[in-house]
Write a protein that binds this ligand. Sequence first.
Ligand SMILES: NC(=O)c1ccc[n+]([C@@H]2O[C@H](COP(=O)([O-])OP(=O)(O)OC[C@H]3O[C@@H](n4cnc5c(N)ncnc54)[C@H](O)[C@@H]3O)[C@@H](O)[C@H]2O)c1
Length: 251
Amino acid sequence: MARLDGKVAIVTGGAQGQGEAIVRAFVAEGARVVIADIAEDAGKTLADDLGEAAYFVSHDVGEESSWTSLTEGLLARWERIDVLANNAGILRFGNIDTAPLSDVEAIWRVNQWGVFLGMRAVVPTMKKQRSGSIINASSIEGLGGMGSVVPYCGSKWAIRGMTKAASHELGRYGIRVNSVHPGMIDTPMTRDVGGQDAMDFGATKIPMRRVGVPDDIAPGYVFLASDESRYVTGAELAIDGGVTATHAFGG
Ligand SMILES: NC(=O)c1ccc[n+]([C@@H]2O[C@H](COP(=O)([O-])OP(=O)(O)OC[C@H]3O[C@@H](n4cnc5c(N)ncnc54)[C@H](O)[C@@H]3O)[C@@H](O)[C@H]2O)c1
């Protein structure tokens, strides 16, 4: 028996990067998956590749109406929601005194508001089922801080905090809520900013001396989605090559 047999999952931001790896890992472990993303071409291509086990929905995590149509369509088709991977997120660099406020608002809307709306959309169904696993993508920026990403960092600390509060509120219904904290991962989010130079530089700062890849992250999601983690809630899983394990300079 596969680890996610019979489970129905939503993966936001599932069209590329870590989200794509999570979708593929969930399907490989027997889940049926909704790929929910604003990136239509990539999302449809991935869904086509996965066949009956997945379908794509054009979905903006920051819009409540988008969540309503996503969950209504999913329940009409597969009748349950076992897992929500709130993975979609955006990153924009900018300093406190110069970052465009439109960027700040966009980050908070997608990262924090989107995660809240996602939990709100699935909780009624999970309460009825008396089971569910919500996995929220925070970051190492939700465990520490870094200059020039103050709004992003604030959103990722908010996700970590909402995760813990939600685990307290929802535990009695059999709903678990945990956060994942990736380190520097080679995806379009990071590569588009600094290219290979940023990857090479980043690797020198990481105890394991390499930047992560999406397939380093996906197994953590599989564990938290599966019943193997049945007594794990309110926890934070750092998958970061050790960067948050030390305060030492240099590594
Ligand atoms: N890459 C890293 O180094 C890193 C590190 C720590 C945390 N994270 C977090 O991991 C998650 C995945 O990031 P990634 O590295 O795969 O990034 P990515 O940019 O490669 O992928 C993000 C996906 O989210 C989708 N998305 C963006 N806005 C959306 C919206 N409004 N509604 C629905 N989908 C939307 C994008 O289309 C894309 O498919 C994010 O929450 C990110 O903040 C990334």
